[in-house]
Design a protein around this ligand. Sequence first.
Ligand SMILES: NC(=O)c1ccc[n+]([C@@H]2O[C@H](COP(=O)([O-])OP(=O)(O)OC[C@H]3O[C@@H](n4cnc5c(N)ncnc54)[C@H](OP(=O)(O)O)[C@@H]3O)[C@@H](O)[C@H]2O)c1
Length: 189
Amino acid sequence: MIPYIIINVAMSINGKISAINGRYRISNDIDINRVMEIRKNVDGVLLGANSVKVDNPVLNYAKNRIILDEKLRLNDNYNVFDGKIKSYIFSRNNKKIKNAEIIILDDLSITSILKKLYDMGIKSILVEGGSNVINQFIDKKIFDEFYIFINPGLILDGIPLFKEEMKLNYKISMEGDGLLLNIKDINNF
Ligand SMILES: NC(=O)c1ccc[n+]([C@@H]2O[C@H](COP(=O)([O-])OP(=O)(O)OC[C@H]3O[C@@H](n4cnc5c(N)ncnc54)[C@H](OP(=O)(O)O)[C@@H]3O)[C@@H](O)[C@H]2O)c1
């Protein structure tokens, strides 16, 4: 068994989830409130190591923080290791990181990680990024809900959400000055 998976990401209208040269707020206040409500209702929030490095998020309202860091490049200094809630790191390596439990798996495929989390009692997860991690879920079509908030602005020099051409089947709604796609299905062209 694997947990119930909700993917959420914010991107510019041309598909970038982050500007190369620094932080750029892609979501708006309405969208942030929507995401906070999801965080409150799931057992854990999952992020890749690069997102922790670049954004240094606290992940307010998360019940558990789940970080994928195969090479264990992170250190004690990130906000996710503030000790206020439990943080788990899935890795191939081991080292002491304050306030984090390192889970070493030979098989670091998303399916294997999710099975382990389910067995640990984490039955629902919000996947917040980044692109590398989200694409592993897309490749295997592992999601129960998938939301993309689209900011009407352009980021020219940024990290793309998608690595290849994709065809999305979605319901769309306005969210303030942005758009919210509720993805029902996603396929290669
Ligand atoms: N707009 C948004 O909604 C949003 C949300 C979150 C993040 N972001 C942005 O996304 C960017 C980062 O995205 P990214 O694609 O570069 O990186 P990422 O997905 O955040 O992290 C990728 C790293 O996570 C580790 N990893 C991935 N899968 C793993 C697995 N199955 N097992 C163990 N470790 C695994 C790997 O670390 P190793 O190198 O150790 O192998 C990999 O290099 C940042 O710029 C951030 O600002 C945007």
